[in-house]
Write a protein that binds this ligand. Structure first.
Ligand code: PLP
Length: 380
């Protein structure tokens, strides 16, 4: 799939390049869809600009692969997506903000009703029109963010006065500990979800995010809502990542220089050269999504980049616009001024960097900079 995306400036003027492979997103969706029973549907979470990779490119690839149901977080994202995909089913995970029901009807988007108040608002709308409009009902099975409590859910779902004509198009819940499949919370949530939804056998059910899809058939129900795995992220912390990489971030080498033993590198002078070093300064920093917590000090190692198969550890603090890399052991011919080095991508997994930055790869993806050249195509 090719998507014409025009950068406003010539390539050589950018500090770095962000390459995104929509075909890999499509392949990842096809892989996850293949894990599901043929009766179950594979949807896609495309909130936050499709986890930072670009809503338009991601949804075009997903739709072409066969995906027809999409989850966003907020109504503005849903309206943007509606303009791109006129006939897709679109759910808004954050549910019904006050006074917004009319917008949902106008754009044919569906709220995921996350509280009794939201369900009552929606029911009032349906009563006044004397028909049901499609909406999901969210039941909280233990994460304690959004969702009716199991008791509220069971009471509301059998209260015809409250519901009026409302027939939910989906009942869903969300896993708190999917990234660690052995956590006992997963089974507890699964069993509670089965129990509270049992009386409503004709309403489709959804529990699985990416991790839920990979955890096996018990978690699949009628519809799965993967996000991170579509974008190459690591949904399960304790297993190897089966997904194709989707994103590559490269930064341009500005200068390569020597640092004498005993001198310090970067803001705060927290990193001392323990031997004579060669370092390369590249044009990407925390303003480009290179999370500052992956900085290195004398006490704690930081993240790394890869240059032609050679590891180049981050030296010192990550600045807003640049990072210093230890290239002492990288062959000189790979260190040309102006060359691009991989900061994140097929050989620098976001999940690995995230371990140094005390975060998760989701944060790396959704922080991807707006200052790079953007290329949609294979991650060559
Ligand atoms: C974001 C989100 C998803 C997708 O989760 P991943 O871990 O990215 O697969 C699914 N369901 C809900 C409710 C979400 O908020």
């Amino acid at each position: 799939m090719s998507l014409t995306y025009r950068n406003p400036f010539p390539s050589e003027l950018y500090g770095g390049r962000l390459t995104i492979d929509p075909d890999a997103v499509a392949a990842n969706w096809t892989f996850l869809n293949g894990k599901l029973d043929s009766k179950a549907e594979c949807a896609a979470a495309v909130k936050a600009d499709a986890y930072g990779i670009g809503l338009k490119a991601a949804t075009a690839a997903l739709y072409q692969a066969g995906c027809r149901t999409f989850f966003v977080a907020v109504p503005t994202e849903a309206i943007e997506l509606r303009a791109l995909l006129p006939d897709a089913v679109i759910y808004v995970l954050d549910g019904l903000f006050p006074g917004t029901a009319g917008h949902f009807l106008e754009h044919h988007i569906r709220p995921v009703l996350g509280s009794l108040a939201e369900l009552q608002d929606w029911a009032a709308l349906c009563k006044s029109a004397d028909r049901s409009f499609d909406a999901a009902v969210h039941v909280d099975t233990g994460i304690h963010r959004l969702g009716l409590s199991p008791a509220e859910f069971s009471a509301a779902m059998s209260d015809r006065d409250l519901l009026g004509p409302v027939v939910p198009s989906l009942i869903m819940s969300h896993l708190a500990c999917g990234s660690t499949p052995d956590h006992p919370m997963n089974r507890r949530q699964l069993e509670l979800f089965r129990e509270v939804t049992a009386p409503f056998a004709d309403v489709p059910r959804s529990l699985a995010n990416s991790a839920g899809v990979l955890m096996g058939a018990d978690y699949h129900f009628d519809l799965a809502r993967p996000g991170i795995a579509l974008y190459g992220g690591k949904a399960i912390e304790t297993a190897s990542n089966p997904m194709k990489p989707v994103v590559k971030v490269e930064a341009r080498i500005m200068i390569v220089r020597d640092v004498p033993e005993g001198d310090t590198i970067g803001y705060g002078a927290r990193q001392t050269a323990r031997r004579p070093l060669r370092n390369a300064v590249v044009a990407a920093g925390y303003a480009d999504g290179m999370i500052r917590r992956a900085s290195s000090t004398d006490e704690r190692p930081g993240g790394f980049a890869m240059i032609g198969g050679h590891k180049a550890p981050i030296l010192g603090r990550i600045s807003m616009d640049m990072i210093t890399l230890d290239v002492t052991d990288v062959p000189e011919h790979l260190l040309r001024r102006g060359a691009l080095v991989e900061m994140l991508g097929p050989t620098v997994a976001a999940a690995d960097l995230a371990a140094y930055a005390q975060t998760i790869d989701y944060e790396y993806l959704t922080s991807l900079g707006r200052r790079f050249e953007r290329v949609y195509g294979p991650l060559t």
